[in-house]
Design a protein around this ligand. Structure first.
Ligand code: ZN
Length: 132
């Protein structure tokens, strides 16, 4: 199994744990750090809709909590033709993405498209003096 296949399988597996009783739209995200460590997250909805957390948000939180600060590659899996990260998650991924971060968008059978961060979030907001 290739590294990308493993990342896809991790995202697909965590998607099954999503809590999405309101939308019934389950999403899984898997992030790979430059050293190959994988972190995952799934969407967690709430009766108060704005409290809901995206899959990417959960995965980024896990990565940061483990002491990592960089994302080299990401896979987002949803049962849709093109389950791209929402605007907030594009900004989240940009914050921690390496210069060459690629975000792969997948349905349940496999990866459908791959994007650079510049394609997902052109002219992104960044603080030049970002502290890490
Ligand atoms: Zn999102």
């Amino acid at each position: 199994m290739s590294d990308l296949d493993a990342l896809f399988e991790a995202a697909r597996a965590v998607r099954e744990k999503a809590y999405a009783p309101y939308s019934n739209f389950l999403v899984g995200a898997a992030l790979r750090t430059p050293d190959g460590t994988i972190f995952t997250g799934c969407n967690v909805e709430n009766a108060s809709y704005p409290v809901s957390v995206c899959a990417e948000g959960g995965a980024v939180g896990a990565l940061i909590a483990a002491g990592y600060r960089q994302i080299a590659e990401a896979v987002v899996v949803g049962d849709a033709a093109l389950c791209t990260p929402c605007g907030m998650c594009r900004q989240r991924l940009k914050e921690f993405g390496t210069e060459h971060l690629v975000v792969h968008v997948a349905d349940l059978s496999g990866i459908r498209r791959s994007f650079t961060m510049d394609e997902l979030l052109p002219a992104a907001f960044e603080l030049e003096d970002k502290k890490d």
